[in-house]
Design a protein around this ligand. Sequence first.
Ligand SMILES: [Zn+2]
Length: 691
Amino acid sequence: MDPNPFLAPSELPYQLPPFDAIQVEHYLPAFEAGMAEQRAEVAAISSDPRPPTFENTLVALERSGRLLSRVSAVFFNVAATDATEQIRQIEREVAPKLAAHRDAIFQDRRLYARVQALYETRHQLTDPESAWLLERYHTDFVRAGAALGEAQQRRLRELNQELSGLLTEFRSRLLADTNDLAVVVDDRERLAGLSEDAIAAAAQAAAERGHPGAYLLSLILPTDQPALALLRDRALRERIYRASISRGSRGNAHDTTEVVRRLVRLRAERARLLGYPHHAAYQIADRTAGSAEAVADLLARLTPAAVTNATAEAAELRKALEADGESLPLQPWDWSFYAERVRQERFAVDAAALRPYLELERVLRDGVFFAASRLYGLRFVERHDLPVYHPQVRVFEVFEDDGSGLGLFLADLYTRDSKRGGAWMSSFVDQSTLLGTRPVVSVNLNLNRPPDGEPTLLTVDEVRTLFHEFGHALHGLLSQVRYPRFSGTSVPRDFVEYPSQVNEMWMFWPEVLANYARHHRTGEPLPASVVEQLEAAHRFNEGFATTEYLAAALLDLAWHRLDVAQAEAVDDVAAFEAAALADAGVAVPEVPPRYRSTYFQHVFGNDDYSAGYYSYIWSEVLDADTVEWFRANGGLRRENGDRFRQMVLSRGGSVDVMAAYREFRGGEPQIEPLLVRRGLTAESSGSTTGE
Ligand SMILES: [Zn+2]
C-alpha cells in the first residue's frame, strides 16, 4: 500500500491536499496517528520542566496537531460534500474520538496550570495578537471545564462524546430522509410552471435515481422549496410542502425526534456542569451578543412588526388566490406561488424571465470575481492541473494586484445525493504566518445541474447565495494573522455572517450588475427598467422572509433556554415547537419556520450554530450599517475595500472583533439601517423602501 498521504505536508501549491492520492482507507489511520502525534506534543508541553513561557506553551500549542488538522480538513469536507456509506461509518466512529481528544487537551490540569500562570502575568505581553491569544486560550480552557473537579470532568467527557455522536447521527438521518422524500412526478403536465431546463433536469435526476420516464423534484434544506413559487398544480405543491416539513418526523429509521430531545437534554446538562443556567447562556457568553437575554431582546423587538407585515402580505395573497378561482384558506404551499404572482404584477418582474440573464459563469467571473477585483485588487485564474476530490470541483488561483499568489479558491457548486443540503464555505488550509501557510478555501452550493451542454441559469436567490458564500471565502482568503487559532472565519459565531452579508451588497451594485447580468445567448444586458425593479421586488415579501427566519431563531433559542428538568419534561417535539412559536408571538399558520426542529441542521447537526441561528440577524445589524458606510463613501472603490480588508477581514479573530468593527465604522453599530431595510420601522411598515 502507498504511504498515507496525510503523514507529510502536501507538496502541491498552497499545500492543496493531494486528492488524487487520498483513498478512503487513509482516513482512520491518519486520524489515529494525528491524535497520537498531538497527544505527544501536548504531553511534552505540559510536562516541560522549564517554567511556562508564551513560546513554550501557547506557541507550542498553536504549532501542535498539524497531521490531525490536515486529515480533519479533508475528511469533514468530503463527509459534507461526497459522503459514501463508508465515509459516514468513519464519521460515526471518529467524531466521539475527536471530542474525547479535544477534552483530553483542554482538561489537562498541568497544561491549564501553565496557561493560568501565564494569564496572571498577561500585562507583560506587548504584542496585541499574542495577548489576545492568551486571553482566548484561557477562556477556551475554562469553557472546556479545565477548572472542574475530576468527577465533573469525567461526566463532561461522557457528555461531549455522546453529543458528538448525536450530531453525526442527526446529519446522516436528515440527509437520508431528504433523499427519500424527493418527490417523483410521473406526468409532465403536472409540472406546468417550471422552465424547460428545470423539467429536463428533473427528468435526468429521475433517471439517475432509477425512475426513467418520470421527474424527480429533490428537496433543499429550508421549509420553503423553490418549485413552490412556480408550480401551478396546487395538489403537487401540497405534496412537496408536506414532504419538506415531514423530514425527520415520520417514525421511520431516519426519524430525528429522539436525537433532538437527547441533544437538548445533554446540552442543558453540560451547561449546568459548567455553571450556566442553560445551553444558550453558555454558548452566547462567548459571543459578541454576550447573553441570551440580549438576543431575546433583539428578536422580540423585531417580531411584532415582522408578523404585522406577514399578515398584511397574507391578506394580499388571499385576494390573488381567490382571483385565480382557488378556494380559501391560503395554505403555506400557496404562499410563494401567489407572492411570485403579485410580485410580477406589481413590479413587472418575472423571476423566471430573469434567469437567462443570470448565467453561472458570468455571475462568477463578471460578478463575484469582478467585485472582488475592484475592491481588493484580486485576480482569479482557473487551474486545471490540480487534483480535486470530485470531478465537479473547480480550482482558482487567487492573485494580489502585484502578481503575488494569495491562495486557492475551490468552487463546488452542484447538488448531488452525497452532498449535504444548503450552501457553505469551508477551509482546507488556514492562513497563518506562524505556520507559513496560505489559505485554501472552498464554497459549496446545491445548484441543479443542467442537462449536458446547457448553461447553468441561476435564480436571484442563488446569485445572492453565491455572493454571500464568497464573502466568507474572502474572509478566509484575505486573512493575515500570525496564529492559526485566529485564521479567517475563526471569529465569534454571531460575527461570522457579517462579512458574507456585506458582500451580498455588490450583486445589485449598478456597475457590477451591468457587468454580469447579460443574456447568456444574445449577450444583451438586463434592461435598465428591470434592474431598477429588481431591488424593489427583492424588498417585497420581506414580512414572510423575516417571519420565517425569526420563527426558526426563536425556536432555536426556546430549545436551548431549557434547563435540565425542563428539557427532560419535553416528550413531544412537535408540541413543544408549536407552544414555543405561539409564546414568542410568531405562530403565523401560513408562514412556518424556515426550519422545523426535526430538520434544523444548523442547530441539531452542528454545535457551533446551536443557540446561534440568531446570528444572521445579529450580524445583519452590522451589515446594514456597513452598507450605509460604503454608500456614503463612494461604494465600489479600492480604498473602501482596502479599509474593510485591513480593519476587518484580514484580522480574522486576532482582535476583539467588535472593537475592530467600531474602528472601521467610527462608532457603535446603529440598528436603524436594518429596520429600514426589512421594513420594520413604524413608518415604513409594509413598504419596500430602503437599501
Ligand atoms: Zn453564511
